[in-house]
Design a protein around this ligand. Structure first.
Ligand code: SAM
Length: 223
């Protein structure tokens, strides 16, 4: 039996956003309207291919997370969004705990993981990452790597892809300085920050090094 994530969203008092962004649920999962078409989360199953041929290794994100050793890491992804990056890190062999504070995005991600029976790939919590890190129990294993992908600057609608549009519209802003400082004090090894190639660094501190992707870059802050 599928968990009723639509009901859960209503219980969180977030139904108005469903109406505002025309998000609804049918037997195939959540959908929304974008540029006159119905859009759905549809990418989780593609990750099976990445596991089979090992193609995940060439991704800049994986190189930034794993470093030269290529060792599997325990990762806290503070900005789950629709879980695409978290899934890639999980596929690469890392243990991933991810958190999201937008009830709608959290429910969309959880529903999608339920449908594809992928809950075992990552642990997903509905929480504010700053609060989660502030209250990290002393007895709990610390993450080796903390991954931050807070919202970039707003891009004109015509230039963003369907999923990015939803993230940009519904994703919640955060105090970047506080998020970064908390992450740096908790991470066992490093903090990795995703930025658009055009963006400044997230905070005034310069990264130890940077790994460039096609349109994004990963600023690595070694502890
Ligand atoms: C750019 S999106 C992340 C996209 C994600 N990396 C992916 O692959 O789909 C940023 C997300 O972080 C979430 N977020 C921002 N600040 C947060 C915080 N303090 N705690 C939890 N989630 C946060 C936003 O609601 C948004 O969904």
């Amino acid at each position: 039996m599928m968990y009723d994530w639509l009901k859960w969203i209503r219980q969180q008092g977030a139904s108005d956003l469903l109406q505002q962004y025309h998000i609804d649920l049918d037997e195939k999962g959540f959908f929304w309207h974008y540029e006159g078409h119905i859009q759905r989360l549809n990418w989780m199953h593609q990750y099976h291919d990445l596991i089979e041929d090992g193609a995940f290794k060439k991704y800049a994100l994986i190189r930034a997370i794993k470093g030269r050793t290529g060792a599997d890491r325990y990762i806290l992804d503070c900005c789950a969004g629709l879980g695409k990056d978290a899934m890639l890190m999980a596929v690469s062999g890392c243990q991933v705990l991810t958190c999201e504070r937008s009830p709608i995005l959290f429910a969309l991600l959880k529903d999608h993981l339920d449908r594809y029976q992928l809950n075992h790939m990552m642990h997903c919590v509905y929480a504010d990452a700053i609060t989660l890190m502030e209250n990290w129990p002393i007895s709990r294993l610390k993450p080796d790597v903390i991954y931050l992908d807070p919202m970039f600057n707003i891009v004109p609608r015509a230039k963003v892809k369907q999923h990015s549009w939803l993230l940009q519209s519904i994703g919640m802003r955060t105090d970047n300085e506080q998020l970064f400082n908390r992450a740096l004090s908790l991470a066992g090894d490093k903090v990795v920050v995703k930025r658009s190639r055009r963006n400044d660094h997230l905070v005034s501190m310069k990264p130890t090094y940077t790994i460039e992707g096609k349109t994004t870059r990963y600023d690595v802050y070694q502890r």
